[in-house]
Design a protein around this ligand. Sequence first.
Ligand SMILES: Cc1ncc(COP(=O)(O)O)c(C=O)c1O
Length: 398
Amino acid sequence: MADLDPTRRYRFSPCMHTLPASFLDELFRVSAVPGIISFAGGLPDASLFDFEGIRRATDAVFEEHERSALQYTTTDGYRPLREIIARRYYTRLGLQISPDEIQIVNGSQQALDLTAKILSCPKDTILIERPGYLGAIEAFSFYCPRLQPIPPDEEGPCLDALKTALISDDPVFLYGIPNSQNPSGCTWSQSRRKEVAELLEGTGCLMYEDDAFGELFFDGKPRQPVMRHLPDQVMMSGSFSKVVAPGLRIGWIRAPAPVLAAFNRAKQAADLHSNLFSQMILTEYLTRYNPDERISVMRREYSERCHLMIDLIEDLLPDSVSHTHPVGGMFLMLTLPDQMHSMEIFKKGIQEGVAVMPGVPFYVDGGGTRTLRLNFSASSHEQITEGMQRLARVFQGL
Ligand SMILES: Cc1ncc(COP(=O)(O)O)c(C=O)c1O
């Protein structure tokens, strides 16, 4: 962790000194350099947002709700929006979820923060996939937990490692992304979801199932969540960021009633409620326009970009570089041969005009020096082609 204040003038809480160093500032700085093609970030493509539809929904909110759209509201969130979310669980997955089981949050990122806040004490163990989502690692770290990584096999988190950790570490929760994981792009098999639920059942360990990408399977077929097998022990978050627009900052969490009540207390203390205006716009938008058509365009587009990137990896990069095979989402991961280091590729990539994300920050126990995360959603076909050629030159120069 960098020294927060070399002058020693300001005092910070002890946990600020144990946070992992943030690599993101450096990444954003270099990615913003003009001419750089960035595969390092994680943005959806803004050209796919329904700008006109959201504009019209905004006008309709002013017409219909007038000043009440600008008022304070309750912490749990705008009920019509929670009803839409509950209905979508039924139409997409056949799950019977009541709107009362759902809490709206400021993007699902907020749910990560509040979950660690309500469930963990300093030094408690939180289990996280290896590699894990950086935003979760950062959010959890503020509560000074022991982050215990669970390595994957071809089907999802390795069951033996999970079993051992459940017995020896008394974890408070397991955090996982079964659908198109960030950063690896991997998806858990259906059977692994059931097996994980079976292992967790009856232990004191909850699961936080992060479903940021569940609507972005390239084949459009939804996968059943772990929550289906263990509703009383699984909390699950979702988000409109990838399928409508991240700037609205609207996500949600579905949790068992006592957990949701605790969560609601924490949310109230943190910010009273999520932006009511955004919630109303989203409700209006989802009611007027069927988002599924647009989501299927996103799926098709991201699928093409992913496959283009994979073709170029296989054509242009050395055979010793392997890659994951995403079936949805926005990321894939490269594994480099032994002698290469992801930081070196990152630095040389910047000189060559392409930004990639080194794997190191995704590994809470060290490691990741031979992995790179590549984002394919934010770049056009031309940018992917040019960016991969630049990346190929980096490898040729090593
Ligand atoms: C796996 C995962 N979870 C949660 C989030 C947070 O998204 P948001 O707060 O926009 O819902 C992201 C953002 O990229 C993500 O990749």
